[in-house]
Write a protein of this length. Structure first.
Length: 346
C-alpha cells in the first residue's frame, strides 16, 4: 500500500493537537493511499493571542460547526461568544471554525494595536499549512490547506468600547482589485430539514447526503451543500433561532483544485497576502499591515491603530471529500506588543 507523507505541522500548534477533517489531505476513502503525520518544527513562535473580547461569533453552516467550539444544548449566542473567546485568547489556544462563506467573528483587545509605518502590525493565527507533495509539479502557487478569510479592522474613534458600523474598513489583500473578486456578494443558507431523506452519491462513498441543506446567492447561483462521513453532527449552528441565515461582503475566487483529476487529492492554494488562515502561522504572509485598509469605495485610509477585528470566510466552494472552504481562527497577535518586526510590502 502506497503511503503519502504530508507535513501537517500547524495541526500541532503550541503543544495542542488540533485534529479536524482536513487532516486527511492527500488521501481518500476510495484510494489506496494513507496519510502519515510527521513531527512539527521544534520552534513555534506564536503561542499566545492578544484577543480579550468576542463581540459576536456568527459562523455559517459547515462541517466543524457545533464542534469548534462545542455546542451544548441550551447554549445561547452569549454563551457561544464566551466559548469562542476561551478558544482564541490567552496562552491556551484551540480554534474556532467560521464555516462556509460569510461566517464571521468580531473580536477586540485590551489596548489599541498601533499602526507603525514600514511594519506589519498584527498576525492572524489559523491552521493553514503547506503540502509537501503535489500531483501537479508545475503548480506555481504555494498550496496545501489554505482557507482565506477576509479581514476587517476598526478604530474606536468615539471611545465607546464597541465596534460601530461606521468604523469598519476592509484589509485590501492581493485579490481586492481583481475582476474575479465580488465585493457585493450575498448568500443565504437554509436550515437542514431533519425529515428529508438523505441523497447518496454512489460514486462518492464519503458523501452521506449530497442535498443536506439549500443555499442561494445574489448572482443567481443556488444548490445544495453536502454532508460527509467524517462529521455527523448538525452543520447548522444549533443556537440560531432562524430557519435561514444570510451573509454578505467580499467574495474571493475559488482557490481549491482537484490536482489528481479523480477527486482524491485536493490542493487549497494560498493567495499572495492580506488574508486570514491563508498561510502558516510562522509565515510572514499571515501578518497584516493596517495601512492596507480601504473604505467601502476602495480608497486607502490611514488609521493610527485598531481596536477591533472582524474575520469572515471569503470563499464559497466545496472541495470534494475535504468539505467546504472554511476559515479557522486560532488567535491574533499584536506584533508590536510582542516585539516582533515583520517588514511590510511596498
Amino acid at each position: 500500500m502506497k503511503k503519502s507523507l504530508i507535513r501537517v505541522s500547524t495541526f500541532l500548534l503550541f503543544g495542542i493537537t488540533l485534529i479536524t477533517g482536513t487532516l486527511f489531505i492527500g488521501c481518500s476513502s476510495d484510494s489506496n493511499e494513507t496519510t502519515e503525520i510527521i513531527d512539527p518544527p521544534a520552534e513555534i513562535k506564536y503561542n499566545f493571542s492578544d484577543i480579550t473580547k468576542v463581540f459576536d461569533f456568527r459562523p455559517a453552516p459547515g462541517q466543524f460547526i457545533n464542534e469548534l467550539p462545542k455546542y451544548v444544548k441550551g447554549d445561547t449566542q452569549e454563551v457561544m461568544n464566551e466559548k469562542a473567546l476561551k478558544a482564541i485568547s490567552g496562552n491556551k489556544l484551540s480554534m474556532v471554525s467560521l464555516g462556509g462563506y460569510g461566517g464571521y467573528i468580531v473580536v477586540g483587545f485590551d489596548q489599541t494595536i498601533q499602526n507603525i509605518d514600514g511594519q506589519r502590525d498584527f498576525k492572524v493565527l489559523g491552521n493553514a499549512f503547506w503540502a509537501d507533495a503535489n500531483p501537479n509539479p508545475s503548480a506555481s502557487k504555494r498550496g496545501g490547506s489554505c482557507e482565506p478569510g477576509i479581514i476587517m479592522v476598526a478604530y474606536d474613534k468615539n471611545k465607546n468600547g464597541m465596534p460601530d458600523d461606521d468604523e469598519w474598513y476592509e484589509i485590501a489583500g492581493s485579490e481586492y482589485y481583481k475582476v474575479e473578486t465580488n465585493k457585493n456578494y450575498k448568500i443565504t443558507y437554509h436550515k437542514p430539514d431533519p425529515s428529508k431523506a438523505a441523497v447518496k452519491d454512489p460514486n462518492n462513498n464519503w458523501a452521506t447526503d449530497i442535498e443536506y441543506f439549500k443555499w442561494e446567492d445574489n448572482t443567481g447561483d443556488k444548490g445544495w451543500k453536502t454532508k460527509n462521513s467524517f462529521h455527523h453532527q448538525n452543520y447548522y449552528p444549533e443556537w440560531y433561532v432562524e430557519n435561514e441565515v444570510s451573509f454578505s461582503g467580499t467574495k474571493l475566487a475559488n482557490n481549491a483544485k482537484d490536482e489528481s483529476g479523480k477527486g482524491s487529492y485536493w490542493v487549497l492554494y494560498s493567495y499572495p497576502w492580506g488574508y486570514a488562515d491563508n498561510a502558516p502561522n510562522n509565515d510572514d504572509e499571515s501578518a497584516i499591515d493596517i495601512n492596507w485598509a480601504v473604505d467601502k469605495d476602495g480608497n486607502k485610509v490611514h488609521l493610527t491603530g485598531i481596536d477591533f477585528v472582524k474575520i469572515y470566510t471569503g470563499i464559497n466552494q466545496e472541495s470534494g471529500w475535504l468539505g467546504e472552504v472554511s476559515t479557522e481562527v486560532v488567535g491574533i497577535v499584536d506584533l508590536h506588543k510582542a516585539k516582533i518586526k515583520i517588514p511590510t510590502r511596498k
